[in-house]
Design a protein around this ligand. Structure first.
Ligand code: ARG
Length: 462
């Protein structure tokens, strides 16, 4: 009855598809990645059909045995994926017919590829969100380790890439831990919305059969079945959410990479990397370039692009299922692979980074980075309004700049020209470490704070 070499719908069709359409319309090269989810969902579907007495038990059992065999064939690389059968769902169904004969015909009772594909895909996105979370944990761990070694490393903090105020290198690194921790939450929070099982929605209308959707949902690890069969097969919000979380995370990695590229330049000379993560030049013998950081920064464009493509596919797509949706998987898989590589590369960059503490400190002394400390001092010790302290300090900066010296190189006499009877402890107030140590407000760069934050995150991740 069912021809094993023809498409499922061949009886209705007088002609086979053109070669070009077969190639362009098929998704098997992409969605074969869903084989595990597809087989798992099919097995649970069959168990439900047996339980509900919708299909005969013996046929159902044959199907389950066959599906397990197909799974091991795929895992042993013995399965022949065929473009002709379009996607993973029909490739598996066709193979099942070859293996067990007409019993295979019971499998597709009360389901459609429309609910099948979105169920598989949701399972995959859920699993992969947890995967990304795990790698984010590894990256956070490696940053914490590096931060621990740099709590007292003073560097200039920048705004507008101009030296702003002295900060701890560890505090700078911990800023990225905050970003990555939010990324983690984004991927985890998404799971709540993925957690509804579409299986049993069939093509779009639901089904005549007395199926038990709660059973399938639970067995496939979902919280509950979806409410609306039309929404079930047309919803790809979960793909958009994954891509959005990936794009944001890639953006964070790109900023970190960009910082490293700047810090590694001869002009800054704040950090050096182990040769393991550097490349040379084909013409300039002296070169050592931080390519991995540039790759991470560049790949962010891919994560952004995939999100934009998905949103564009969804825009103006009438409900419910249209073939436009088939590209959702390529976009999400690609974004996942790209982000995963960027995360792994970021871990290696951190592990192979060495901070040049002296250079950082010397640079922190440039650009009058303690001028705000002087204004603060005038407010605290002389009870000036801040704006007045700020004006005095800016005049002092002008004076020092003209003279070509740093603030800590001025004498008490010179400072007294700007503030009467100042009892200022010059070496201390203009010292960059003192400045860093004094930022004790919650979330500030004082080493005490930074230590506490590192401990908090270490505890949280373990
Ligand atoms: N390969 C298809 C996809 O990925 C499966 C769903 C096909 N459904 C359909 N009505 N053509 O979207």
């Amino acid at each position: 009855m069912t021809n094993k070499n023809k498409t499922v719908w061949s009886n209705r069709f007088a002609k086979a598809n053109s070669k070009n359409f077969q190639r362009i319309g098929s998704s098997i090269n992409i969605d074969k990645r869903l084989y595990n989810e597809d087989i798992k969902a099919s097995i649970v579907h069959v168990q439900m059909l047996i339980k509900q007495k919708i299909i005969p038990k013996n046929n159902g059992k044959k199907i389950i045995t066959g599906l397990n065999k197909i799974k091991s064939e795929i895992e042993k690389n013995k399965f022949k994926f065929k473009e002709k059968f379009e996607d993973i769902h029909q490739n598996i169904e066709k193979r099942l017919f070859q293996m067990i004969g007409d019993s295979a015909g019971y499998l597709h009772t009360a389901r459609s590829r429309n609910d099948q594909v979105v169920t598989d895909f949701k399972m995959w996105v859920k699993k992969s969100s947890l995967d990304i979370k795990k790698i984010l944990d590894l990256l956070i761990k490696s940053i914490l380790k590096k931060a621990e070694k740099n709590i007292n490393t003073v560097m200039p903090g920048f705004t507008h890439l101009k030296n702003a105020q002295p900060i701890s290198f560890a505090h700078y690194l911990m800023a990225y831990v905050e970003m990555l921790n939010r990324d983690k939450k984004r991927f985890i929070n998404n799971i709540d919305l993925i957690d509804e099982c579409p299986l049993g929605s069939a093509a779009l209308a639901g089904t005549t059969f007395n199926i038990d959707r709660k059973f399938t949902a639970k067995k496939l690890g979902f919280k509950k079945p979806t409410n609306n069969s039309i929404d079930s097969v047309s919803d790809r919000d979960f793909a958009v959410d994954f891509l959005a979380a990936a794009a944001t995370c890639a953006m964070h990695l790109s900023r970190l990479a960009e910082d490293f590229i700047i810090f590694n330049s001869e002009a800054f000379n704040f950090v050096e990397f182990n040769d393991k993560v550097l490349t040379g030049s084909s013409i300039m013998p002296q070169k050592k370039n931080p390519d991995p950081a540039e790759i991470i920064r560049g790949k962010t464009a891919i994560n952004y692009g995939r999100l934009n493509s998905m949103l564009t596919i969804m825009k103006g797509l009438p409900i419910s299922y249209y073939k436009d949706l088939q590209d959702d998987k390529e976009l999400v898989f690609d974004s996942y692979d790209t982000l995963k590589d960027s995360l792994l590369m970021s871990i290696e960059l951190i592990e192979n980074l060495n901070s040049k503490k002296n250079n950082m400190k010397e640079m922190a002394k440039k650009g009058y980075t303690t001028a705000t400390d002087f204004a603060d001092y005038l407010v605290m010790k002389k009870k000036f309004p801040f704006r007045e302290g700020y004006i005095i300090s800016s005049k002092l900066v002008n004076y020092a700049e003209k003279k070509g010296v740093r603030l800590d190189q001025l004498s008490i006499k010179e400072i007294n020209k700007f503030v009467k009877k100042s009892k200022i402890n010059i070496p201390k107030i203009f010292d960059v470490s003192n400045s860093m140590n004094s930022k004790t407000s919650f979330g500030g760069t004082a080493p005490k704070n930074v230590k506490r934050m590192i401990a908090k995150y270490k505890n949280q991740i373990k």
